[in-house]
Design a protein around this ligand. Structure first.
Ligand code: PLP
Length: 461
């Protein structure tokens, strides 16, 4: 394929994409294929000879859609959304077309400078204040890993990156049981070890107890451990829990610990001032991550990390071999020094297009609708006999179960997803198997949301 053919096929792909999105409501949300079914449709060996694009495209149309769970389906209420607002998709097409790699300022000044401006736009949009600067990662997992590595190195006075961890005291990181598994992954990858991730008990609101946090840190110091940092939850994956950030940060500051707030999902809601009390005190954190690719509408992937001071993270992750020096411009920011991977995509472009094409007001309106519709759905479900709301709405996330118990709830979830009109997933809360509902799909309507109750009512009748 050459660039002339690419132009023609891009138009064909755009037409295909338009029809795909227009027809999503008619498709079951979750893929119904069995494991191995899609792989079996592909030849086991690659072709030696070039194939016609007509054949390749026909195979794409035949093989791929049946194997898709449709994340952009308006009745996708599982996990958290991975939204792709049309304007952000357009930006992704352009970024793919340009195919620039933004590891250094000079490898494409537009990539670095638009990213810097987007960090300012988003910081202001979220009400974080001028103390923060930021960068874009592929995922919240990588941002959290970067923060955990920084906690470790700051506590070890950067000896870990020089001489390794052997001979150093065991580094300790503190989280609540509501923290995402990406924190577990971070301590494993960072060589801190799962055993040194300390789970602090929570109160009746599923928030970390600051007193217990202070007690655990003191006990660890007395036992010869090295407390390094705290990861706080602002909108947990399971039930949308929030730690009391202000109180926990007070403990962190008294103890000299580095702090990272995981607002991967709920951060987007903070463009609405009325939700900001949920993360009250966040401006005192060292690091905050949120995923515009979840609720805001930026096409996956796009995770923003705000940093009160980038210096400790850059000291931890940054390397500047001669081949990466920016010879005539030492003053510029080279974002590869802020992140784990060296190479970086032009992710800022989709933020620029997204924010401009819908305006902050348009994005706020969607989030407010989602929260209101989640509340309405929760009320509707609560009225169905045998259904119990287990955790009420935290923003647009709540959980429910059948009073008949775990087995009945699990069987209901299986039937809901086999039905296909909506897609829900599960979690465990207080030992119970519960069904999660989150409302956040960019194109969903109130009617789409209320379909969940209609399906449950029908299946329980
Ligand atoms: N943190 C929270 C609260 C999440 O809900 C998720 C994913 O859903 C993550 C972190 C990990 O996000 P990512 O897929 O960007 O690594």
């Amino acid at each position: 394929m050459n660039h002339d053919e690419l132009r023609d096929w891009s138009k064909r792909a755009a037409d295909w994409g338009h029809a795909y999105h227009a027809g999503l409501r008619d498709r079951p949300v979750r893929a119904a294929t069995t494991p191995g079914e899609i792989a079996a449709m592909l030849p086991p060996a690659p072709p030696e000879q070039a194939e016609a694009m007509e054949t390749i495209f026909a195979d794409f149309e035949r093989i791929v859609p049946p194997g898709l769970t449709h994340w952009q389906h308006p009745r996708f209420f599982a996990y958290f959304p991975a939204n792709a607002a049309p304007a952000s998709m357009l930006a992704e097409q352009l970024a793919n077309t340009i195919a620039a790699q933004g590891m250094l300022w000079q490898t494409s000044p537009a990539l670095t400078e638009i990213e810097q401006v987007m960090m300012v736009w988003l910081r202001e949009a979220l009400g974080l204040g001028p103390g923060f600067t930021g960068t874009i990662h592929d995922s919240a997992t990588t941002a959290t890993l970067s923060a955990v590595l920084t906690m470790r190195e700051r506590a070890l006075d950067w000896k870990g990156i020089e001489t390794g961890l052997s001979g150093q005291p065991p580094v300790r990181i503190y989280v609540s049981p509501e923290a995402h598994s990406s924190v577990d992954k971070a301590v494993r990858v960072a060589g801190i070890g799962q055993a040194n991730l300390v789970r602090i008990p929570t109160d009746a609101h599923n928030a970390m107890k600051p007193g217990a946090l202070a007690g655990a840190i003191a006990a660890d110091r007395a036992a010869g451990f090295l407390p390094a940092g705290i990861v706080l939850v602002a909108g947990g994956t399971s039930i949308g829990a929030f730690d009391g950030i202000r109180d926990c940060l007070q403990v962190a500051q008294a103890e000299g610990l580095y702090t990272h707030v995981d607002a991967a999902w709920a951060g987007s809601a903070m463009i609405c001032p009325e939700f900001r009390p949920l993360w009250d005190g966040v401006e005192g954190a060292d690091s905050v991550v949120f995923n515009p690719h979840k609720w805001l509408g930026a096409q996956f992937d796009c995770a923003v990390q705000f940093l009160a001071d980038p210096a400790p993270q850059v000291r931890t992750l940054g390397l500047r071999p001669v081949f990466l020096e920016t010879l005539e411009h030492e003053e510029v920011v080279n974002f590869n020094e802020w992140t784990v991977p060296m190479g970086r995509r032009f992710r800022a472009l989709k933020l620029w297009f997204l924010i401009r094409a819908y305006g902050l007001d348009g994005l706020r309106a969607r989030i407010r609708d989602h929260v209101a519709w989640a509340e309405a759905l929760c009320t509707d479900l609560a009225g169905i006999e045998g259904v119990e709301i287990v955790t009420g709405p935290s923003l647009s996330l709540f959980t429910f179960a059948l009073t008949a118990g775990d087995a009945a709830t699990e069987a209901l979830l299986t039937r809901i997803n086999e039905d296909g009109r909506v897609y829900l997933t599960q979690t465990r809360h207080d030992g119970r198997f519960v069904i999660r509902v989150q409302v956040g799909q960019f194109d969903c309507t109130r009617e789409d949301v209320m379909t969940v109750a209609a399906v449950v009512r029908e299946l329980l009748a």
